[in-house]
Design a protein around this ligand. Structure first.
Ligand code: PMP
Length: 315
């Protein structure tokens, strides 16, 4: 890790790990509060790691422009890093992502390009568009889906912190996968230290990844509203060898759990935190583990105020 981090960048990571006091009803489930990062999500970690890795390799120099295909959170992390390190930033996001995320990125000074909700094979897909624009303009594609610095950041920071904060006792680690960086990096670090730990993918119902974990073949592609996790193709940063099992979680279960996390635990988190906690509670309830179940709360509720699932909370 570099020692010349300026200002707020020094405060990325080292997030609290807290037990669910009320929702878990005596089961041991610990949640890592990634929504408390400066940019409001776990993605601050990889934004910083990817930029520092590219700087160290000499492929990124001050004044250049970064471009990323992002559901929003990586964009916010990159915007913090870009602002403090003197880079331009272009974010390409699919139109299904919340207006709150678009506004946040634009307010942070990023140029935002919205693409149709096109499948990965389409030239209009957000990742295809980012790749093409990087080539055409000579911009640096931070490439969170393929960049090994993403996985490494979670091995060296998120995973290492979990080991330290639990005193090396973890029964299972549960997380959804967008790029796969979190589950692959943390899973790898935990398995290196604790051979008996179980690593479980929390997957939205409608994503094809749970089938892939179980059979090696992607499941049917359906629609779901939870943002940032699940996929209809396997990202290069998602490695099946570290994953033991998968749990499928419906939108209804995820969003109901977010409301409980907010109201009963004071954890002000977004939809994928609900997915992770539903899966973590199931794993804890089945028992047979050598330690607590740990999961991450990837982002903050303030990204989702305009979403249908948060309407009606005030009534
Ligand atoms: N939750 C949210 C809200 C996200 O934005 C992301 C990243 N796309 C994830 C979870 C999944 O993290 P990872 O990319 O490390 O798999």
């Amino acid at each position: 890790m570099k020692s010349d981090r300026q200002g707020i960048l020094k405060h990325i990571g080292r997030t609290p790990l807290v037990p669910l006091e009320r929702i878990a009803r005596g089961l041991s489930v610990l949640v890592k509060c990634e929504h408390m990062n400066p940019g409001g999500s776990i993605k601050d970690r990889i934004a910083l790691a990817i930029v520092e890795d590219a700087e160290a390799r000499g492929v990124l120099r001050s004044g250049m422009t970064l471009i990323e295909a992002t559901a929003g959170n990586t964009g916010v992390g990159l915007a913090l890093v870009a602002a403090t390190r003197g880079y331009g930033l272009v974010c390409v996001m699919p139109e299904k992502m919340s207006i709150d995320k678009r506004l946040a990125l634009a307010a942070l000074g990023a140029r935002v390009i919205i693409t149709p909700n096109a499948p990965p094979s389409s030239p209009d897909n957000f990742r295809s568009v980012a790749r093409r624009m990087a080539e055409e303009n000579g911009w640096f594609l931070t490439d969170q889906f393929n960049n090994p610095a993403n996985v490494r950041a979670h091995e060296e920071t998120t995973g290492a912190e979990i080991l330290e904060q639990t005193g090396g006792r973890v029964g299972a680690f549960v997380a959804g996968a967008g790029t796969g960086g979190t589950i692959t990096g943390v899973g790898r670090r935990l398995k290196a230290a604790l051979p008996g730990v179980r690593v479980v993918l929390a997957d939205p119902l409608g994503s094809g990844l749970a089938d892939w974990v179980e059979t090696g073949r992607l499941g049917a592609d359906g629609s779901y509203a939870v943002e940032g996790i699940g996929a209809s193709e396997v990202p290069n940063n998602l490695h099946r060898d570290v994953i033991d099992a998968a749990e499928r979680v419906s939108d209804e279960e995820s969003f109901a759990m977010v409301r409980r996390l907010v109201r009963e635990e004071g954890l002000l988190v977004g939809g994928s935190a609900g997915t992770n906690v539903v899966a973590a509670l199931r794993i804890a309830a089945r028992g047979g583990l050598d330690g607590p179940v740990v999961t991450v709360l990837p982002d903050s509720w303030d990204r989702y105020r305009a979403k249908p699932w948060m309407q009606g909370w005030a009534s």
